[in-house]
Design a protein around this ligand. Structure first.
Ligand code: 13P
Ligand code: SF4
Length: 305
């Protein structure tokens, strides 16, 4: 068994050797974020990957994120160190189920959160992220919007849109289990802190927050404002927030807001991934071209954030 420093040294050597770049989502383990070349949200990272000269992208995140990287950079080898790291919310909608639902609403546009499989993206008219969902929905010509898979994000968007939003019945188990009682307790414990919530949270939790942001939005806001924050999203982001702002204070809204899938990758599996070039994530050409169209349409909507 190698110690952490030896593993990190070997990861860095292999990265050079294979001309690889390591990307880590803001929810990954701290030690993974620390060895990554870039940290960020899923789509931001995939776009970052597009701009890199690297031959290999090691995506420390979940399956749909590696798929997005492969859709945007099909000429690069995209590796996901833990093949079983998936997103339970993305699994709540399949391309077949979406196809059936689209038949019920033939005049609706399908807006799909990037937290979805490539097959679902391919069946959608446009993608959105948690940061631009309102702008994307409002940019559509259609009045009826079938929004998949996150019902909480759909509900959040409905507050800022006159469109008729038909939500899919999906949700992120990690964000959905953040409760009003958690916010009340955290506010009592830290009365001077601002509450920043992710739009994957329930409506009643969002109602108690001071600000609602994607993970990148939280990272940027914490840099430019305030001193003390209660963070209502997956706990992994506290690593980055604390690292970027060593003088500020950050508190988890709940110690249970943990996504096990985002904790699957550790230093050993990252090393094995580079050593054995595993696990290669590809998307078949037909699906890739259609899914890419949905992503490109989103990128054409002015305010990407
Ligand atoms: P963002 O990083 O895009 O805000 O997404 C949150 C999330 O749940 C990713 O799995
Ligand atoms: Fe999916 Fe939620 Fe985990 Fe993100 S935090 S990967 S949305 S289950």
């Amino acid at each position: 068994m190698m110690d952490a420093q030896t593993i990190i040294k070997r990861i860095m050597e292999l990265k050079e050797e294979k001309n690889a770049v390591i990307l880590a989502h803001n929810y990954e383990r701290g030690e993974i974020q620390d060895v990554a070349d870039f940290t960020g949200d899923s789509l931001g990272l995939s776009r970052q990957a597009m701009d890199q000269e690297a031959d290999v992208i090691v995506f420390c995140g979940v399956h749909f994120m590696a798929e997005s990287a492969s859709i945007l950079s099909p000429e690069k080898t995209v590796l996901l160190p833990e093949i079983y790291a998936g997103c339970p919310m993305a699994s709540m909608v399949t391309a077949q189920a979406l196809y059936a639902e689209k038949k019920k609403y033939p005049d609706a546009a399908v807006v799909c959160y990037v937290n979805s499989t490539a097959d679902v993206k391919a069946q959608s008219d446009i993608c959105c992220t948690s940061a631009n969902a309102v702008e994307v929905v409002n940019s559509m010509d259609e009045e009826n919007i079938l929004f998949v898979p996150d019902k909480n994000l759909a509900d959040f968007v409905s507050r800022y849109s006159k469109k008729n939003i038909i939500p899919w019945d999906g949700y992120c188990p990690t964000h959905n289990q953040i409760l009003v009682t958690d916010i009340i307790k955290a506010r009592k414990d830290h009365p001077d802190a601002e509450v920043l919530a992710h739009p994957e949270c329930r409506r009643e939790v969002i109602d108690l927050a001071d600000k609602v942001f994607s993970t990148t939005g939280m990272v940027e806001y914490a840099k430019r404002a305030g001193e003390e924050f209660i963070i209502a999203t997956e706990v992994g982001i506290l690593h980055k927030l604390k690292k970027d702002n060593p003088k500020k204070r950050f508190y988890n809204v709940s110690n249970y807001a943990v996504c096990p899938e985002m904790k699957a990758i550790d230093l050993e599996s990252l090393l094995l991934s580079l050593e054995n070039m595993q696990h290669v994530i590809t998307v078949d050409k037909d699906t890739r071209i259609k899914a890419r169209l949905s992503l490109d349409r989103m990128l054409e909507v002015k305010r990407y954030r």
